[in-house]
Design a protein around this ligand. Structure first.
Ligand SMILES: [Zn+2]
Length: 403
């Protein structure tokens, strides 16, 4: 493997990936307030099921939870234990199956009776009561909201629950007031939301920094949406601001344009920030495919990390360099890392002079210019009907023509 001296690359010790060295220089790192560790909280069972057209049966949820646990996810959001009977049954079923991950339930700050809400969630067996404050006519005045935050958190704490509280797109002075009330009521965790994809990454980071100043040691979770395709960027900006927990959804599923994709956030934390997530990365593909099947939401072929195109190479220089073992020239990480496989194909963009020659030499053949011309002509003819030919097809073709 070779690299040009002018490229700035920081290679992983096990050569699983490399990163742009510039990600790690002081002028960049000094702008970050990275936490010591990041907890990956997967929200596929709740938010993923909110994907239009997606419904997971309890058995499918158990199967998904098991593979998430196997890959090392420490915490999942399961649903609305108080609002939806089947969600409450899911908590029970997951506990009966011996799932050890922390199970979180959304709690509606706008519920008619917040004490009932808390009791039902505790009865269902949730480990985390996650109060969400959204705009709602039930809480009309600011005092309604202040009282409800206090009442909800205080009651849940009196029942010895672990309590999270969060909201999004809040005017700073109100957010400060909400936080002060929540802290006074002994909240355990704060969640900063961008439920509409309405924040710039830098705004969201500022929101987290603002929150952290008030909350001090109380851990902060972030939850973002992808309405402008920025959910992963916003989540990572939240981590740069100091957020310790990321609420993410496999395959980027979720309402509307979805959420920050679990697999993308994990790989970005590992590669771009050098944060060890303690996740079994080679399980990513298997989990993604299971969720793709059960969610009935097919992935686009060029979806980052888990799309089928991620490690298919066709263009001339790319194929040549992969054949020569220089994967770093055109790949950021090796396919096996996430359970993918690499594939070379020969099509319209491979018909220059380098890839085919490299392939034939690798086969131990000694192609002349005449051979190469002939092979290119044959490929050109074939790809009129089949878009490209596979590596195996090229091998057969070459053996027929050269030996
Ligand atoms: Zn959401």
């Amino acid at each position: 493997m070779w690299v040009n001296a002018w490229t700035s690359m920081k290679m992983d010790k096990e050569q699983r990936w490399w990163s742009f060295d510039w990600n790690f220089i002081d002028s960049v790192r000094n702008q970050m307030n990275l936490p010591e560790k990041v907890i990956i909280k997967d929200d596929t069972l709740r938010e993923g099921e909110e994907t239009p057209g997606t419904y997971f049966t309890i058995d499918q949820k158990i199967e998904i939870a098991k593979v998430l646990e196997e890959m090392g996810i420490p915490e999942i959001e399961v649903g609305y234990a108080a609002g939806i009977k089947e969600h409450a049954d899911t908590f029970n079923a997951l506990k009966n199956e011996g799932i050890k991950m922390k199970l979180s339930s959304h709690a509606r700050m706008y519920a008619k009776d917040v004490k009932n809400e808390v009791d039902s969630i505790i009865d269902a067996g949730a480990d985390i009561i996650n109060f969400l404050l959204v705009p709602d006519p039930i809480l009309k005045t600011k005092n309604d909201v202040f009282n409800r935050i206090k009442e909800g958190i205080e009651y849940a704490k009196s029942q010895n629950a672990y309590v999270a509280f969060g909201s999004g797109r809040v005017v700073p002075r109100y957010w400060q007031k909400f936080l002060e009330i929540a802290i006074e009521a002994r909240v355990d965790r704060i969640v900063v939301y961008d439920g509409n994809g309405c924040a710039l990454p830098i705004t969201f980071k500022d929101n987290v920094i603002f929150t952290k100043k008030i909350c001090k040691d109380i851990p902060i979770e972030v939850h973002t949406h992808n309405d402008l395709g920025l959910a992963v960027a916003t989540t990572l900006a939240g981590v740069e601001g100091g957020a310790e927990i990321v609420d993410v959804v496999f395959n980027g599923l979720g309402d509307r344009a979805g959420n920050a994709a679990t697999e993308e956030v994990i790989m970005a934390l590992e590669i771009l920030y050098g944060i060890n997530t303690h996740i079994k990365l080679d399980k990513i593909m298997e989990v993604s495919q299971l969720i793709e099947k059960y969610s009935k939401t097919p992935l686009q072929s060029h979806k980052a990390i888990v799309g089928k195109n991620c490690f298919i190479h066709e263009s001339d220089l790319h194929v040549e360099q992969i054949l020569l073992g220089n994967w770093v020239t055109w790949e950021l990480y090796q396919p096996y890392v996430v359970g993918q496989t690499r594939k070379l194909i020969f099509g319209a963009t491979t018909l220059q002079d380098r890839a085919i020659k490299a392939k034939l030499i690798k086969m131990g053949l000694e192609p002349t210019e005449q051979h190469l011309k002939l092979i290119r002509k044959k490929i050109q003819k074939k790809i009129k009907d089949q878009d490209y030919i596979t590596e195996e097809e090229l091998e057969k073709l070459a053996q027929k023509l050269i030996i």
